[in-house]
Ligand binder design. Structure first.
Ligand code: GLN
Length: 204
């Protein structure tokens, strides 16, 4: 089975490792494709949109015409995990905690509203043990993380976090075969990549 990591910018390698480790644990053989061109999308059965810088990922995706093709496949049901910048890229509504509306290119495929850099800047990065519905307790690393401030439609919150000044916000959510996390599961666990592979196999 072929799976993809959108490889325009961000922590692509970490997701590749997490996918491979997840496949090994499930006894599956997978090929991980670094997706940089539209054609590479056609035969992947799941995709990860990594963390990094969402404005860069968005404008590069636009430039290489991947944005619309990816959007189409996700709407069509392609199992997708977006972490941090990836979650921002998937959201229908995006704001920045400082500058407000960003007008950045987004996929806009998931019924979530997200605030970029909600926990402050780099020095406000942190780790916590987080209870995630369906996944148990995960070690969650937040790096210039966004917060999901609203979900609607079929989207379900999977994890919440209470943080000084920010209050209680959603940090993981699911809408059908789409998963979005404000943190970086690829750094600490294979659980989410395993789940994505299981959806791709039709077993979740
Ligand atoms: N702050 C970044 C953004 O807005 C996301 C950070 C991350 O992916 N670790 O895109």
């Amino acid at each position: 089975m072929k799976v993809g990591v959108l490889a325009l910018q961000g922590d692509v390698e970490e997701h590749e490792h997490a996918f491979k480790a997840a496949a090994k644990e499930l006894g599956l053989t997978i090929e991980v494709v670094r997706v940089r061109r539209t054609e590479q999308l056609s035969d992947v059965r799941a995709i990860v949109i990594p963390g990094g810088e969402s404005t860069t990922i968005g404008s590069l995706a636009n430039r290489v015409k991947l944005l619309d093709a990816l959007k189409e496949r996700i709407i069509d049901g392609l199992p997708t995990l977006g972490t941090c910048a990836g979650a921002i890229f998937m959201a229908r509504e995006v704001k920045d905690s400082v500058v407000g509306e960003t007008g950045q290119p987004i996929l806009g495929v998931m019924d979530i509203a997200i605030v970029r850099n909600a926990f402050g800047r780099q020095r406000d990065s942190f780790e916590v043990d987080l209870n995630v519905d369906g996944f148990g307790t995960l070690r969650a690393v937040f790096i210039r993380a966004p917060a999901i401030v609203k979900v609607w439609g079929d989207t379900k919150p999977l994890a919440k976090l209470r943080y000084p000044r920010v209050g209680e916000v959603i940090v993981a959510a699911q809408e059908n075969a789409m998963l979005a996390t404000a943190f970086h599961p690829e750094l600490t666990t294979t659980a989410m990549h395993k789940y994505l592979l299981e959806i791709a196999r039709g077993k979740a």
